[in-house]
Design a protein around this ligand. Sequence first.
Ligand SMILES: CC(C)(COP(=O)(O)OP(=O)(O)OC[C@H]1O[C@@H](n2cnc3c(N)ncnc32)[C@H](O)[C@@H]1OP(=O)(O)O)[C@@H](O)C(=O)NCCC(=O)NCCS
Length: 374
Amino acid sequence: MSEDVKKGLLGIVVDETTISQVMPDINSLTYRGYAVQDLCEKCSFEEVAYLILNKELPNKSQLKKFKKELDVNRSITINLREIVKHMPKRAHPMDVARTVVSVMGLEDKDTSNNSPQANMRKAIRIFAKTPTAMAAFFRTRKGKKVIPPKKGLGFSENFFYMCFGKLPNKEIIKAFDISLILYAEHSFNVSTFTARTITSSLSDIHSAITGAIGSLKGPLHGGANEEVMNMMNKIKKPENAFTWINNALDKKEVVMGFGHRVYKKGDSRVPTMEKYFKKISKIKNDKKFNKIYDIVKKVMMDKKDIHPNVDYPTGPMYHLMGFDTDFFTPIFVLSRITGWSAHIMEQHAANKLIRPLSKYSGEKHRKVMLLNQR
Ligand SMILES: CC(C)(COP(=O)(O)OP(=O)(O)OC[C@H]1O[C@@H](n2cnc3c(N)ncnc32)[C@H](O)[C@@H]1OP(=O)(O)O)[C@@H](O)C(=O)NCCC(=O)NCCS
C-alpha cells in the first residue's frame, strides 16, 4: 500500500467539533468541556443528553421542560407499533432499531426541514420514541403485550418499565444511567462519522441516524458489547477462562471488548463502568461473570498489553440486569442518538460535502470489445 493512502483514515483530522474531546494520553474524555467521570457522579442521563444537544448543562427549570418534552414525545404511532409487532421475531434488534428510525422519518412532519429548530425537534422526537419502539419489540418477540411509556418516569426508568413491566431497584437504574452517559458521545467514531457523511449531502436527520445505526451494528464498533457476552457464554465458567483466553490469543483471535483505535493505554470510560458492573454483580449475587471478567482482563493486559474498552463491562452488566444479549447494542443506540444528533446539527451549521479521494489500483485504461468479440 503506498504511503499517501491513509487506510481507515488513520490519524487524519477531518473537521473541528465542540461536542466532545478524547485525550488518550491523559485518559480523558470530555463532553462540552466536562469530564465524563464528573458528569457520571453529578448528573442524570437526561442532564447529560441536554448538555450534548444544547451545549450547556440545564438549570432546574430547563431540565423540567426537557423532561416534559420527552414525556410528551415518548408515544409511538399505532402504525409504528403495528410495524414493530409484525417484524420477524428472529430479526436482530439492531435491524429493528435501524428500521424504526427510518419509519419515524416517514411519519415526521418536519422530515424535509433541516433548519436548526426543526432538527432539534426531530432529535428530541427520535430520542424519546426509539426506546418505546425498541421496548415494544423486546416484548412482542416474546409474545408479550406492549407496555406504553409512563409519564413522570425518567429515561432509564421508563425503558425498564416498558421492557419488564416493573422498575428495578435504584442502584440498577443508576448503573444503567451511567452506562448511557458513557455511551452518549465519542467524537468522530465510525457511526458518528457515518452520520456526518450522510448529513454532508444535506440529507435529513432520520437518514443520518438510520445510517449511523447500521454502522454501529458491526462488532468492531458497538456490536462488541454483545460479542463480549457471547465470549463469556462460550467460556461458561471461571475455571475455563484462563485456558480459553490463552488459546484465543495463541490462535491470534480478536478478543471482543478489548483494544481501541484511539485509546492505546486504556479507555477513559472503563474505570467508572467497571465500578458499576462490579456493584451490579454484587447486587445480583453473580459469582461467574465477575470472575471471568477479571481473569480475561488480566491475561489480555499481561500478555498483550491490550486494555478493555467500555463494551467489556457493559456486556455482562446488561446481562445481569436481564436484557437479552442482542439488545445490548440497541441500548447503546438509545444513548448515542444524542451524540449523533449533536454532530448532525453541527455538520449542518458548517457544512462541507465529505468526499475523500481514492488511489486507483485497478486495470489500466481498456477498450470495450463488442459482446460477440468477448
Ligand atoms: C477496536 C479495534 C478495531 C481497533 O483497531 P485498530 O486501531 O485498527 O488496531 P489494530 O486492529 O491494528 O490492533 C493493533 C494490534 O493489536 C492487536 N489487537 C487489537 N485489539 C485486539 C483485540 N481485541 N484482541 C486481540 N488483539 C488485538 C491487533 O491484532 C494488532 O496486532 P498486530 O500489530 O500484531 O497485528 C480493535 O482493537 C478490535 O478489533 N477490538 C475488538 C472489537 C471491540 O472491542 N470494539 C469496540 C471498540 S470501542
